[in-house]
Design a protein around this ligand. Structure first.
Ligand code: HCB
Length: 216
């Protein structure tokens, strides 16, 4: 097993200390953070979700996996953010949050960190964000880009609701909209009138750059 497979396996086994030790080892060995997340942690947490779906794991195991992932991200986030080097020249203003009824925030926070690291001014509203709050924040922050996350098939619909509210206010051509989250697809993004869909945080930065019209 390579180190990423070991991280994924440790997370699935609920071995918090081992997972964090392996993550710290990767950092010490100067391994790319994206690889630690995409090939290690994200693979592990996805496996936990699949076991949960199959009835092999129950809520305590799901929560345990999430806690380990969050602890690992607490170690990695400052390193991701450090890449901005403190000299902040904003590429654009981003408002981001997970939609109402949905408390999943790991992926959203990762997207927020990567966008910040790439040079965007990011306003993270957290999770379970009411529809009106998205609208108000877009207006308040004069956002160039709105990113919405949804992890549940029952909450995806709120991405559409937010877009409708923004259109009703006549703001649709003032802000680009990027959606994501496990059940979200490119087809759904098109159907609800979003400008883009991103499969992961790295792609989110790429698509944001294209939508805003800036270089990497
Ligand atoms: Co949760 N949960 N969960 N969960 N959970 C899912 C999402 C299921 C798919 C698991 C399953 O059944 N296979 C499932 C949803 C099924 C469905 O709707 N079809 C599910 C369920 C059912 C539930 C509860 C209802 C369980 C219950 O209580 N019975 C409950 C929901 C409560 C609520 O929200 N109202 C629940 C609770 C939890 C926690 C609390 C235990 C925990 C969340 C902790 C937290 O976030 N603070 C949790 C977790 C961890 C998961 C799984 C295992 C992992 C999610 C995750 O963090 N992935 C998930 C299984 C899965 O997704 N396969 C499971 C890792 C991140 C990095 O990936 O996809 O979130 P991501 O984000 C990516 C990507 O999508 C993209 O970039 C990110 C970074 O690469 N992206 C964007 C995301 N947002 C973007 C926005 C953009 O603009 C652009 C790109």
């Amino acid at each position: 097993m390579n180190i990423f497979q070991q991280i994924a396996a440790a997370l699935v086994d609920g071995e918090a200390e081992l997972t964090l030790n392996l993550v710290n080892k990767c950092i010490a060995d100067d391994i790319d953070i994206n690889q630690i997340v995409d090939e290690g942690l994200a693979v592990g947490i996805k496996q936990v979700g699949d076991y949960f779906e199959d009835g092999e794991f129950f809520l305590p195991e799901l929560m345990q996996g999430a806690e380990i992932m969050k602890s690992a991200m607490e170690i990695l986030n400052p390193i991701i953010l450090e890449k901005t080097g403190g000299q902040f020249k904003s590429k654009g203003r981003v408002v981001i949050g997970t939609v109402a009824g949905d408390i999943h925030d790991i992926g959203k926070t990762l997207v927020a960190s990567m966008l910040t690291a790439s040079g965007y001014e990011v306003h993270d509203m957290g999770a379970d964000v009411p529809i009106e709050r998205f609208l108000n924040e877009v207006i308040d922050k004069n956002a160039d880009l709105l990113c919405m996350s949804a992890l549940l098939t029952t909450t995806m619909i709120n991405q559409r609701e937010v877009i409708s509210k923004i259109s009703e206010k006549g703001l649709r051509n003032k802000v680009k909209i990027l959606v994501g989250g496990a059940p979200v697809t490119k087809k759904w993004a098109q159907e609800i009138g979003a400008d883009g869909f991103a499969e992961n945080a790295v792609e989110a930065v790429k698509i944001a750059n294209i939508l805003i019209g800036v270089d990497d």
